[in-house]
Design a protein around this ligand. Structure first.
Ligand SMILES: [Zn+2]
Ligand SMILES: [Zn+2]
Length: 381
């Protein structure tokens, strides 16, 4: 009988049978370890939650009264003899990779992550492991991010020009992550930063958690429109095209998402400006992050899993596609209608380390719910 893998993919989420806990379960369980507070990773209904300190107030705000234990990065928690520790994922404030160790075997669940330091989330830290469970939201070679300083220079220039032309400026980004990243990188000498209620509620939760954010002004029915016109409004994707947004007319509207890298995405959002700003790793970021783990095998949970699995197998990794319910937090309905072209790419900078020889069959395998990962080579021999 093959040894049961330490982590397995079940119909409720990623499960550790030895430790009797789940990671980011999408159905209610007794014991949940949470990578970050986005809705597709932190579901309501679990009996007990474990997450990073900086996720505390946002989780309580989003999920109500829950039984929640929070820890610092690197702090060790034991569950039934299994050691759990959290490491920075750089995705949003409080986001963590979950490291699980048992009898000398180490698995890491990345959750969502990015490798660029955004100046507000604790920067991503590669963690050595035997098995790495990774996202690949932008696992296509067309996704290559520019340094954020260039994006924010563009954004500040756009805002300055709008203010000079008496146009309101509305910038749209996800309420947890993108909104704070934008806020911290705006040039506040241009004007005031106004926020939609959904964004401000998240900002307030983070401030209760001790996070220092730049000053913001919540938009209420009493906020004078002429004042708002000189400032910039941070709004969530759900506000696009609503009467709430239209009342700021005339305005220029910018959308921040990794999907803006794809031709036509801006037009589909009806945005005046598309800012290619993502809280996920780009193609190079994914490949370098996976390589830095030194892992024996990698499991791809969400994104362009088929393409990316094929690519990784082709360059010598033992990669597997797995099925999960993790979704897209780069903007509602923003998955491109047509998939971008796959270009043949090589990674001269990347060479697999010595001694990490792979049993490469050049194929990917889709694991159905509950299938024993051990059968797919997901255990150490
Ligand atoms: Zn996320
Ligand atoms: Zn996600």
């Amino acid at each position: 009988m093959p040894k049961k893998p330490l982590l397995e993919f079940t119909d409720k989420g990623i499960y550790c049978a030895a430790g009797k806990f789940y990671i980011d379960p999408w159905k209610p369980v007794d014991d949940a370890v949470i990578t970050h507070a986005h809705a597709d990773h932190a579901y309501w209904g679990n009996k007990h939650y474990l997450a990073h300190h900086h996720s505390r107030e946002v989780l309580l705000y989003r999920l109500g009264e829950i039984q929640l234990q929070t820890v610092e990065y690197g702090e060790k928690v034991m569950k039934n003899g299994v050691e759990i520790s959290l490491f920075p994922a750089g995705h949003v404030i409080g986001s963590a990779q979950i490291r699980v160790e048992y009898r000398g075997e180490v698995w890491v669940v990345s959750g969502d992550y990015k490798v660029e330091d955004d100046g507000i989330s604790t920067p991503f830290e590669p963690v050595r492991c035997n098995h790495f469970i990774s996202e690949c939201t932008f696992g296509m070679p067309v996704y290559q991010w520019k340094p954020q300083v260039e994006i924010f220079n563009d954004m500040n220039n756009w805002w300055r020009s709008n203010a000079e032309h008496n146009l309101a400026t509305v910038v749209v980004g996800y309420s947890l992550g993108k909104a704070q990243r934008i806020l911290q990188n705006l040039d506040l000498s241009i004007g005031t930063v106004y926020t939609h209620g959904v964004i401000e509620n998240t900002n307030e939760a983070l401030r209760r958690n001790g996070i220092i954010l730049n000053p913001t002004s919540r938009i209420t029915p009493d906020t004078p429109k002429e004042e708002v016109r000189k400032g910039i409004i941070i709004a969530p994707p759900s506000s696009v095209g609503t009467p709430w947004m239209r009342k700021f007319s005339p305005y220029s509207f910018g959308y921040c998402s990794g999907w803006m890298a794809i031709r036509g995405a801006k037009r589909r959002r009806a945005a005046d400006r598309g800012f290619v700003l993502s809280d996920h790793a780009d193609w190079d970021g994914l490949v370098s992050a996976i390589d830095a783990t030194g892992c024996d095998s990698v499991y791809l949970t969400h994104g362009y899993t088929a393409t990316f699995t094929r690519y990784l197998n082709g360059i010598g990794f033992d990669a597997h596609e797995v099925h999960t319910l993790y979704g897209d937090d780069e903007g509602v309905g923003s998955v491109p209608e047509e998939e971008p072209e796959v270009h043949a790419v090589s990674h001269p900078a990347l060479s697999k380390g010595e001694g990490s020889k792979k049993d490469n069959k050049g194929t990917s395998k889709v694991l159905s719910f509950g299938e024993d990962l051990g059968e797919a080579g997901g255990h150490l021999s």
